[in-house]
Write a protein that binds this ligand. Structure first.
Ligand SMILES: [Zn+2]
Length: 285
């Protein structure tokens, strides 16, 4: 029989806890390490829809990228958002586990999936992890043959589950670039690293107005960073989930565990529609 502790052990080998950032929350949030596991369900977010999907499928282990509980918690009362989720999970016999910044930093993790989609060569971390082997760390930077920013955006669009938000380009879309930085998740805090890595284009999510416009102005005054691509957080990071599920499935099998591994069909992007300047009508997700 496979139990929660066994699955956690396999996860720890794939996405070691010590690679997580200090502020992060990774590992088991809900569940009894001794409980049996027959079905691991994998998703980006432990959102209500995803939890309902896991219950419907009869899963007993919900693996996600984002943490269920990140900030300090003083109540898990069932009538609160997170408390309600915790109750549903426990009542349905589902353990909840996540690998977050440890899965960003690890080789073959979230950032490498994005680097593969962009077809980057000579890939290195944007920020090397201070205690890990060379090549492990947050974000990736690499090179491509001279390619327009627009074509890079198309490459990205074709490689992810593109949500209704689409892809936004900052700077000249027709400009050709050869050195690209990429970071899964909110990328505002890594402009300095992208510049230091001499990236001409930075591909990330959740860029805010001021940091983005200041980065472009700085780029226009001599670079190196002159172009931005902003893709929805969901689109960027959900691309990793099938890869994580595959790795988990393989590792469980080779450990002699007979466990079903599935990938969520839920689009957990919070945005469901956009109005574009030239759209005649609403574009529904
Ligand atoms: Zn994220």
């Amino acid at each position: 029989m496979t139990n929660v502790r066994d699955v956690m052990g396999v996860c720890e080998q794939l996405w070691p806890k010590n690679l997580a950032e200090d502020w992060d929350s990774v590992g088991l949030a809900v569940g009894d390490p001794e409980s049996a596991v027959t079905h691991v369900h994998c998703a980006l977010d432990p959102s209500d829809d995803v939890i309902a999907e896991a219950v419907e499928l009869g899963a007993d282990f919900l693996f996600t990228h984002h943490p269920l509980l990140l900030r300090g918690v003083t109540s898990v009362a069932a009538d609160t958002l997170k408390g309600g989720a915790v109750h549903t999970l426990i009542q349905s016999g589902i353990a909840q586990f996540n690998a977050h910044t440890n899965a960003d930093s690890v080789l073959g993790g979230v950032s490498d999936v994005l680097a593969d989609i962009l077809q980057l060569q000579d890939v290195q971390p944007l920020v090397q992890h201070p205690e890990a082997d060379e090549g492990v760390g947050l974000g990736r930077v690499g090179t491509v043959e001279p390619t327009s920013v627009e074509d890079i955006a198309v490459r990205l669009a074709q490689g992810v589950d593109l949500s209704v938000r689409g892809i936004a380009i900052g700077g000249d879309p027709s400009a050709e670039v050869t050195r690209i930085a990429v970071l899964g998740g909110a990328g505002d805090s890594m402009f300095g690293a992208a510049r230091k890595a001499r990236a001409q284009l930075y591909v990330t999510s959740d860029l805010r107005h001021h940091p983005a416009s200041e980065a472009l102005d700085t780029g226009a005054r001599g670079g190196p960073l002159e172009h931005l691509i902003d893709i929805s957080h969901y689109s960027a990071e959900s691309a990793w989930i099938p890869r994580a599920a595959e790795q988990l499935d393989e590792a469980l099998r080779s450990g002699g565990h007979s466990v079903t591994v599935t990938v969520s069909d839920v689009c957990s992007d919070p945005w469901s529609a956009v109005v574009l300047p030239d759209s005649e009508e609403w574009q529904w997700n």
